[in-house]
Design a protein around this ligand. Structure first.
Ligand SMILES: NC(=O)c1ccc[n+]([C@@H]2O[C@H](COP(=O)([O-])OP(=O)(O)OC[C@H]3O[C@@H](n4cnc5c(N)ncnc54)[C@H](O)[C@@H]3O)[C@@H](O)[C@H]2O)c1
Length: 265
């Protein structure tokens, strides 16, 4: 994929799937603006990319602080003269420490909505004017296989991810005339901080003491995934790089699963 001279903003890029996406975009020639709630992790990822002789800078960005999104997008435009790609990756299952709870609270619902859906839309709104002026843009939203079909997983999470898929379709329609493509990726099981917390929650709610968190994760894969293997952050990065490239110029409004075959459509 040739992303030379492209400029991308990635939210929640400081670890996990976001970090994998930053790495793959950078290796394909893109200048990557790693943003995260946690400024140190964003800085570490940008430093790692620069140490491999690819291009990256970092900014702290809490996607729930809407004025921060506008400020960062303006800063990126002032420094690089354009914003070609936005990867909306930041996401949570619920408010901090949710994994130790049996029942989610009002705060969990609110924060999950604020990060996964409203925050994602606000970051999107902050880049649209620049993309519209350039008559060029690629917006990629990280949804989830949990947003495809309701199940036992936490409803605030699943329903916001279903919302991300619908938002992707709406925005792709609205922005098509400006040559802006909007697509979503639905990952399955990726071993990240979020997956650790999910395994922990599963263990607690099943009163199960013996298995390690990794055992719980692997057991879920054996139970649910036809290909019987986990997805890596870089797998999500490869599809993000394709959707950010001009090879995918006629693909818009799609949600593409990378889940080893859990959900087929
Ligand atoms: N791990 C999986 O199995 C899986 C599966 C499907 C979808 N996803 C989605 O992939 C995305 C990345 O998840 P992950 O597994 O890498 O999780 P993670 O918890 O490892 O990483 C999430 C990152 O988002 C950042 N973040 C959290 N709140 C933020 C905020 N308000 N503003 C900005 N950044 C914030 C965190 O600091 C962290 O760096 C999420 O949208 C998640 O829902 C993950």
């Amino acid at each position: 994929m040739n992303l030379t001279n492209k400029v991308a903003i990635v939210t929640g890029g400081g670890q996990g799937i976001g970090e994998g996406i930053c790495e793959i975009l950078a290796k394909n020639g893109c200048t990557v603006i790693v943003t995260d709630l946690n400024s140190n992790s964003a800085k570490n990822v940008a430093n790692k990319i620069n140490s491999m002789n690819y291009k990256s800078i970092s900014h702290q960005l809490d996607v729930t602080k809407h004025e921060e999104s506008s400020l960062i997008s303006q800063k990126v435009f002032d420094q690089f003269g354009k914003i070609d790609i936005l990867i909306n990756n930041a996401g949570i299952v619920a408010a901090p420490n949710w994994e130790s709870k049996q029942k989610l609270t009002e705060d969990d619902w609110n924060l999950t909505f604020q990060v996964n859906l409203r925050g994602l839309a606000k970051v999107t709104e902050s880049v649209i004017p620049f993309m519209k002026n350039a008559k060029y843009g690629k917006i990629i939203n990280i949804a989830s296989v949990a947003g495809r079909i309701g199940g036992t997983f936490h409803p605030p999470y699943s329903s916001t991810k279903a919302g991300v898929i619908n938002y992707t379709q709406s925005m792709s329609t609205k922005l098509a005339k400006f040559n802006i493509n909007v697509n979503a990726i639905c990952p399955g099981h990726v071993w990240t901080g979020l997956a650790h917390r999910t395994s922990m929650n599963q263990k607690i709610s099943q009163g199960e003491k013996k298995s390690s968190l990794r055992d719980v994760f692997e057991n879920n894969i054996k139970t649910w995934v036809p290909l019987q293997r986990e997805q890596k952050p870089q797998d999500i990065g490869y599809l993000a790089a394709f959707l950010a490239s001009d090879f995918s110029k006629n693909i818009t409004g799609q949600a593409i699963n990378i889940d080893g075959g859990i959900y087929m459509n």
